[in-house]
Design a protein around this ligand. Structure first.
Ligand code: ATP
Length: 306
């Protein structure tokens, strides 16, 4: 009997591990839309994380050689700073995030974290340093507790509750009849877009990464939820080096620097007020959005520039 019992217990652990691994792949595929092809170099070293400075140095990139996507992209995110990337659909904003997470290698130039070329690092150390809040969060058919703990499976309950509090989702969870044991996902309670994004923020907080990538949802949040998420994000971002892929100008006004991208190039960069004063593309986008806002009185109007 004992012989049967032990392997079963062991299987239980393995099952959980496989479940985490599969879940991880799920997220990765979602972000990537295809499997990763990047492998560690033979001499790959773990990232020696210092303060979390991120540098893109003359980065060029293509998914297919016949179609270049990024050209000479050059910027630095100082430790703890918040950089927002704006620009029309297809400009290459999300590609920057994928390159930083090293789903692909650059075609030319370098990406450095604290002075280290990310191609020389082990992927596990690189990815441990970076948290991503994706546009579309994958929820598992499991309890809310499991779904939040996914950010760091070894986290203690108190840490998970604190992360939920910081992400402003704890009151919501505590108010549910089954609380943390509520099953969510396709076969359970359906969460709204805003609630899902809070779960993602809580996961990112738990992971405690030095670098945070926030891919703002393009739609599906009402303007009240939108503002609440932005406030939450601003609080969380204060502790990290943050790259925000932004779709709303209201998200970017308080960024330390805004990169305006178009057709794979950074065409302008500066603070909100400097870019407005420069009277270029950003200023035109702002004016356009201001007019749209007046039309529909929706302060969360999208950046819609072509
Ligand atoms: P959006 O605001 O719509 O999310 P974006 O600025 O984030 O757009 P990216 O997703 O970075 O744009 O895409 C930049 C370009 O790269 C697009 O023209 C897109 O078609 C192309 N692209 C993106 N992913 C792939 C891929 N896996 N294979 C080939 N081309 C791709």
């Amino acid at each position: 009997l004992l012989q049967v019992f032990i392997p079963l217990g062991f299987l239980g652990i393995v099952y959980r591990q496989i479940k985490y691994a599969l879940a991880d792949m799920d997220l990765v595929f979602k972000l990537l839309e295809r499997p990763p092809e990047i492998a560690d170099r033979p001499q790959a070293k773990p990232l020696a994380l210092d303060r979390g400075q991120v540098r893109f140095e003359q980065v060029a990139f293509h998914y297919q050689p016949e179609r270049p996507i990024l050209h000479g992209v050059d910027f630095t995110i100082e430790p703890g700073a918040k950089i927002a990337v704006v620009g029309p659909s297809g400009a290459g904003k999300s590609t920057l995030a994928r390159l930083l997470f090293r789903f692909y290698d650059v075609s030319d130039g370098r990406i450095l974290i604290d002075g280290q070329d990310i191609r020389d690092l082990t992927q596990s150390s690189l990815r441990a340093a970076i948290g991503i809040v994706p546009q579309d969060t994958v929820l598992f058919n499991d309890t809310l507790y499991y779904n939040l703990a996914y950010g760091r499976p070894d986290a203690r309950r108190a840490e998970i509750e604190q992360a939920a509090e910081m992400a402003h989702i704890r009151t919501f969870i505590d108010g549910l009849p089954q609380g943390w044991d509520t099953v969510v996902g396709e076969r359970g309670l359906k969460l709204s877009g805003g609630e899902k994004q809070r779960v993602a923020i809580a996961r990112a907080i738990l992971k405690r990464p030095r670098i945070l990538i926030f891919d703002e949802a393009t739609s599906s949040l009402d303007s009240h939820t939108e503002r609440a998420i932005q406030t939450t994000l601003a609080e969380v971002a204060a502790h990290h080096t943050t790259l925000i892929i932004a779709h709303r100008l209201s998200t970017v006004v308080d960024a330390d620097r805004i990169l305006v991208m178009d057709q794979g190039r950074v065409i302008e960069q500066g603070t909100h007020s400097a870019l407005l004063a420069a009277g270029g593309r950003y200023a035109a986008m702002w004016e356009l959005q201001r007019r749209e806002r007046r039309d529909d009185d929706d302060s969360s109007a999208m950046i819609s520039v072509t």
